[in-house]
Design a protein around this ligand. Structure first.
Ligand SMILES: NC(=O)C1=CN([C@@H]2O[C@H](COP(=O)(O)OP(=O)(O)OC[C@H]3O[C@@H](n4cnc5c(N)ncnc54)[C@H](OP(=O)(O)O)[C@@H]3O)[C@@H](O)[C@H]2O)C=CC1
Ligand SMILES: N[C@@H](CC(=O)OP(=O)(O)O)C(=O)O
Length: 344
């Protein structure tokens, strides 16, 4: 029987992507949709300005949106996907967890909390058991798991593939699509014929979340990885797909061929939304490109290419679909991991 799930922040850009991915999902059944007070009481069709690239599902369109309050969500809903503004998530996600709901959240609040697993299933599924520590410490029947920032998700899998070479220092420069800022996030006058070399708080997220993801969980606490990461984040006029330039300095010799082989061989998982090939490596020097490569693996693969030796170690480029692998798809994959591991 399918697990009954809800979407917190269901009317938003990421909420709509979640619905697009969850509606046909055989393991999950959408049973609750929440948004702000101004949407509560409306049908989903009335409340959401549907903007994703497939029709609004009829059965979802007719559902009534509720306020984002545990009292308004049925008790038989087991899993909540959260795509709330982080300030709202910080206030309400713990309240849902206290009431026994398991929350798979895409919002940035609490990502760095010591007892909150920050998970990319193919990279650090073992961190999920931090939920036992969380439940002990917080006295929750529910649980809170986070996926990382979209730009973090794009390059950390490639680092995980290279970890055996002894990562010491990493530089990453991003070229981020406008969808990462939400529909109204960047005005057309600001971004057309332009690039903006600043995205608030983004660089810090890449630098800190990456070390948490690559860290070691010993069953009681998590030690962040020692790799030094420096990030520079830029907004460019693409719609979807974050492209990143990465330079890696490793303790051991690391050639372009070694890196390509390690990335190609890095395993995927058997979860329903996992791509068959997790990291798709191009030999062509001008790939990956956002428009051509963001839908690899139904938007869940990481693409890499342009591997070469440079003055600052190994250099390459990587790419991921920021609102699928980097946001809604990441939360769904974490939901599948929770299910597989008996947390639902
Ligand atoms: N990891 C990633 O790559 C990405 C992450 N994000 C993150 O996901 C989250 C959502 O982003 P996005 O979908 O673009 O945002 P939107 O502004 O499009 O949607 C926000 C959602 O939250 C609801 N909401 C707003 N205020 C409240 C409130 N006070 N109480 C309850 N619900 C509220 C809105 O409801 P209503 O329609 O009623 O206002 C809407 O459903 C953010 O935290 C964002 O930073 C976003 C993009 C990519
Ligand atoms: N800041 C990211 C998207 C985002 O909302 O990130 P976060 O989930 O860390 O808030 C971007 O602009 O592409």
């Amino acid at each position: 029987m399918a697990v009954r799930v809800g979407v917190l922040g269901a009317t938003g850009a990421v909420g709509q992507r979640l619905i697009q991915l969850l509606e046909p999902h055989p393991e999950f059944e959408i049973a609750a949709l929440t948004a702000s007070e101004s949407s509560a009481g409306k049908t989903y069709r009335e409340a959401a300005k549907w903007r994703v690239d497939s029709p609004i599902p009829d059965d979802i369109a007719d559902m009534t949106v509720t306020a984002t309050d545990p009292d308004d969500v049925d008790d038989d809903v087991d899993l909540l996907f959260s795509s709330l503004p982080s300030s709202v998530g910080a206030a309400v996600e713990p309240a849902f967890c206290e009431e026994g709901y398991v929350v798979s959240s895409n919002s940035s609040n609490s990502r760095m909390a010591e007892d909150v697993p920050l998970v990319i299933p193919e990279v650090n599924a073992d961190h999920l058991d931090l939920l036992e520590v969380q439940r002990d410490e917080r006295g929750w029947d529910g649980a809170l798991i986070k996926n990382p920032n979209c730009s973090t998700i794009t390059f950390v899998p490639t680092l995980a593939a290279l970890a055996e070479f002894g990562l010491e220092r990493v530089h990453v420069a991003t070229l981020q699509a406008v969808s990462g800022a939400g529909y109204d996030g960047v005005s057309s006058m600001e971004i057309i014929d332009n690039a903006v070399p600043y995205i608030g708080s983004e660089e810090d997220k890449l630098e800190t979340e990456s070390r948490k993801l690559l860290g070691e969980f010993d069953g009681a606490s998590l030690t962040h990885d020692s790799v030094e990461v420096a990030a520079s984040c830029n907004r460019i006029p693409t719609i979807d797909g974050h492209l990143e330039n990465v330079w890696v300095e490793a303790a051991d010799e690391l050639t372009a061929d070694d890196a390509k082989a390690a990335m190609r061989e890095y395993p995927s998982l058997d979860l329903r939304s996992s791509p068959d090939q997790f990291i798709y490596v191009f030999d062509e020097p001008d790939r990956p490109q956002p428009r051509m490569d963001r839908t690899l693996g139904d938007g869940m693969a990481i693409a890499a290419g342009g591997h070469r030796a440079s003055t600052f170690g190994l250099q390459y480029n990587c790419l991921a679909h920021n609102t699928i692998r980097g946001a809604a798809g990441a939360s769904v994959l974490n939901g599948e991991l929770l299910l597989e591991n008996g947390y639902l």
